[in-house]
Design a protein around this ligand. Structure first.
Ligand SMILES: Nc1nc2c(ncn2[C@@H]2O[C@H](COP(=O)(O)OP(=O)(O)OP(=O)(O)O)[C@@H](O)[C@H]2O)c(=O)[nH]1
Ligand SMILES: [Mg+2]
Length: 257
């Protein structure tokens, strides 16, 4: 574990890191490096039939079918059937919000590297090798930063809110963070298992803040962000208020723990 917090690499840095740590399919360069055989890609899925086929095909293509996929599903549409057709493990759960699903998803796998994504085709699955490369480079958490690239595809209200969350969290943490609510991150499994998670809508911020405040090596890396397929599951005002509350609560808990 280290206490460094590395702020975004550029895309050029990202490409260089990918090239040195793993090849395009995540095949290890050295014996002690993880490959996609060591990776689970996990997500909450809630009525995502419009997107799930694309997301799971992209994961399959990029990882050469080697990453395990876990979907914690609360859908009433055909999402779970599509997931199973793609070889994903589907854990059924009543819909109770983002964090309830994603907490179960990050704790389900037994592989040493866990990568989260949303199931709405907003996140770049082609960046999976770069996330794995970050872990192989020594990071405990690699966090996708959508905002440094502008996040033009994000609704303006959400973009404004996400900048505000990052600014507030940076003040509370006394460390610059750029995107606290991203859905795409890689974690060493021991990190997610070492910490007790309490938040629901604010889980994404919690998954960044607690490891950072405990001295884990957390690195942000810029990623592209695309327009969502299908309907949003988040009410921007209610969800935004819940996230703001989680950021303050979790930051103060960690400061005084
Ligand atoms: N199982 C389950 N999954 C959920 C629940 N709520 C959200 N999700 C999933 O969690 C992910 C994040 O939800 P989104 O609706 O994309 O929320 P968001 O990314 O903040 O908002 P967008 O800008 O619309 O993408 C998606 O893959 C959802 O399907 C839930 O109650 N249960
Ligand atoms: Mg989303």
């Amino acid at each position: 574990m280290s206490t460094s917090f590395t702020s975004p690499a550029t895309d050029a840095d990202a490409t260089a890191a990918d090239a040195t740590a793993a090849d395009a399919t995540g095949t290890a360069v050295g014996d002690d490096r993880y490959t996609f055989d060591d990776v689970s890609v996990v997500m909450g899925t809630y009525d995502e039939a419009a997107a799930i086929g694309t997301v799971l095909s992209d994961i399959d293509d990029v990882t050469d079918g080697r990453a395990a996929v876990v979907c914690v599903d609360g859908s009433s549409d055909e999402t779970p059937e599509i997931a199973r057709e793609h070889g994903a493990r589907v854990i059924e759960q009543e819909p109770q919000g983002y964090g309830v699903a994603v907490r179960e998803a990050v704790l389900a796998p037994d592989r040493p590297v866990v990568i989260t994504t949303d199931c709405d085709d907003t996140y770049p699955m082609e960046a999976l090798p770069a996330f794995l490369a970050g872990i192989n480079d020594g990071a405990d958490v690699v966090s996708g930063d959508r905002l440094s690239h502008g996040a033009d595809a994000m609704p303006a209200f959400n973009r404004f809110g996400n900048h505000a969350f990052a600014a507030a969290a940076s003040l509370l943490l006394r460390k610059r963070v750029h995107d606290t609510t991203t859905g795409m991150r890689a974690y060493r499994r021991e990190v997610v298992e070492a910490i007790e998670w309490t938040e629901n809508t604010g889980l994404s911020a919690e998954l960044l803040i607690r490891p950072l405040m405990r001295g884990y090596d957390v690195r942000e890396r810029p990623i592209r962000y695309a327009e969502r397929l299908g309907e949003t599951k988040l009410d921007p005002i209610e969800g935004g208020a819940a996230i703001a509350k989680s950021i303050v609560k979790v930051s103060l808990q960690e400061r005084f723990r």
